[in-house]
Design a protein around this ligand. Structure first.
Ligand SMILES: [Zn+2]
Length: 188
């Protein structure tokens, strides 16, 4: 084998295109030829590096940009979700406030419109005053909730606390309505 043939064999070796006999021939030449041996080891080094590069691919040029875009997108989605939650709480706030105003407003209205003749009876007068007071207290509580809700929308992080407060007040008011209704039923 001469050096020209060897060059050809070296190329084919790294193309994995040599059979066992050809590989043996090449090895034999490399043993005896320093120049080809050096050529071979250079090629081997290059191919080793290429293989390593294939195993650990370099990130694309805009990799950093892609990551930043991804983070921004995630942040946007998170913020949007948060805004949606705030929107739901605002709807709840309006609903709860409306319930308070309608229910206790109607109790107040009923209390104010009781026939004067009946109010003159001591027992009913007492009931009326009781209804009137409870309705007034409930209206104030409803207004308080509305004010708290507006404050909560400024300090968005307190929404959960506000929601729990609203539910607690709603339960308390529900019990109160039952008490008032039971009192009215007893009077009639
Ligand atoms: Zn040679």
């Amino acid at each position: 084998m001469n050096c020209n043939e060897s060059q050809n064999y070296i190329m084919r070796y790294f193309d994995k295109d040599l059979n066992d006999i050809e590989q043996a021939k090449l090895k034999q030449h490399l043993k005896n030829c320093e120049q080809c041996s050096e050529e071979f080891s250079n090629m081997q080094q290059i191919f080793t590096e290429i293989e390593q590069d294939t195993e650990f691919p370099e990130p694309p040029e805009d990799f950093e940009l892609q990551v930043m875009n991804r983070i921004e997108k995630e942040a946007y989605m998170y913020q949007k979700q948060k805004d949606d939650n705030v929107f739901v709480y605002n709807i709840l706030l309006v609903a709860v406030s409306l319930i308070f105003v309608i229910v206790f407003g109607s109790i107040l209205w009923e209390a104010l419109n009781k026939p004067i003749g009946l109010i003159q009876q001591t027992h009913l007068a007492f009931e009326t005053v009781k209804d009137f007071l409870s309705a007034t207290v409930s209206m104030i509580k409803g207004l308080t909730i509305a004010v708290v809700g507006v404050t909560a929308s400024i300090y968005k992080t307190y929404y959960y606390a506000y929601l729990i407060l609203g539910i607690l007040l709603l339960v308390t008011q529900g019990l109160f309505i039952r008490m008032v209704k039971a009192g009215n039923g007893g009077a009639r």
